[in-house]
Design a protein around this ligand. Structure first.
Ligand code: BTN
Length: 318
């Protein structure tokens, strides 16, 4: 571990000022080395307060701390990147190279964030973007349970953080006050010979800080953020990230029990709404009656009830 990393770890665990001399002694280096490391940390964006009595991390530091994430998730196999094209793609390449289950890739921004159905996911700085490597023993039909469990973990973590009601728009979006604040994308690689999943990558993107100003015009009406301010502290970032990560893995360890399904059903954003969707290439309009135990959506079109198990419905007319 570099001296800068050791200092960050110390700062993240203490709220008191600590003198350069003490830090130097602790790490067996000179005071000058400490001073240089602090200077380097500040120039990388960490908000460190320097006073006569020493240094400490500001409560409003907004640059996330990797050591804090590792501590709160109890997982060392986490990397954090300033910018990457897509954490899902990065995690896939790690999975292909044998990365263990639970390995996670976090990024402060993504230049080619991916959404479902080939769409892009706007991933400006100020959001929480991460992907985890999974090696599930699930059939192709059961892979959607990963997304469903993750949606519940996200809703609960966000509710814990801000005490507001987050709802799930079937299948994979989280809404707050009629605006999407989170998207989830699970991608899997199947082995055709064994007809089983070789690995899956679960990717979660949450708009934490206020995003409106940076959004393209066409998204301003539909995309929102968890917080109204532009900066979210590193503590809140790691609390939410670790809550999602830990909550998801709690469900994942017994995923076939579907213990998360009741919450998923009772927090459905679409219940009672009229939605439109495409079926066999044709536009349909239907009323949403609810969600099944298999996470399908129950629709009523005229007098006919149907269940869609995959796909997408929209509250806007197609
Ligand atoms: C959607 O809204 O359709 C799904 C969006 C999923 C976005 C997350 S951000 C982290 C991970 N990396 C990606 O490229 N996509 C997912």
């Amino acid at each position: 571990m570099s001296l800068s990393e050791k200092l960050l770890e110390y700062f993240s665990e203490s709220t008191e000022f600590v003198s350069g001399e003490e830090l130097a002694k602790m790490n067996n280096v000179s005071r000058n080395a400490v001073w240089k490391a602090v200077k380097q940390l500040k120039s990388s964006g960490y908000d460190i307060i320097s006073e006569k009595s020493g240094y400490r991390l500001s409560e409003s530091n907004s640059r996330p701390l990797l050591c804090e994430l590792r501590r709160k998730t109890n997982c060392e196999n986490i990397i954090m990147l300033d910018l990457t094209e897509s954490t899902n793609d990065y995690a896939k390449s790690l999975a292909l190279n044998g990365a263990e289950e639970k390995t996670a890739v976090f990024a402060l921004g993504q230049s080619k964030g991916k959404g479902r159905l080939g769409r892009s996911f706007v991933s400006n700085k100020g959001g929480l973007y991460f992907s985890v490597v999974l090696r599930p023993r699930l059939s192709a039909d059961e892979i959607m349970l990963i997304t469903v469990a993750a949606a519940v973990a996200v809703c609960k973590a966000l509710r814990n953080a801000v005490n507001k009601d987050f709802l799930i728009k079937w299948v994979n979006d989280i809404y707050l006050s009629d605006k999407k604040v989170c998207g989830i994308l699970t991608e899997g690689s199947f082995n055709a010979e064994t007809a089983s999943l070789e690995y899956a990558v679960l990717g979660i993107g949450v708009n934490l800080a206020s995003v409106e100003e940076k959004l393209p015009d066409e998204l301003k009406q539909t995309v929102g953020s968890v917080f109204e301010n532009e900066n979210v502290s590193s503590k809140i970032y790691s609390d939410i990230a670790s809550d999602i990560y830990n909550g998801f893995f709690k469900y994942y360890s017994n995923i076939k029990d579907r213990s998360f399904m009741e919450y998923y059903k009772s927090h459905s954003y679409l219940d009672g709404k009229t939605v439109s969707f495409l079926k066999d290439g044709k536009p349909h309009t239907a009323l949403v009656l609810g969600i099944t135990d298999n996470a399908g959506i129950i629709l009523k079109e005229g007098n006919t009830e149907t269940v869609l198990n995959a796909g997408e419905v929209s509250v806007k007319p197609i």
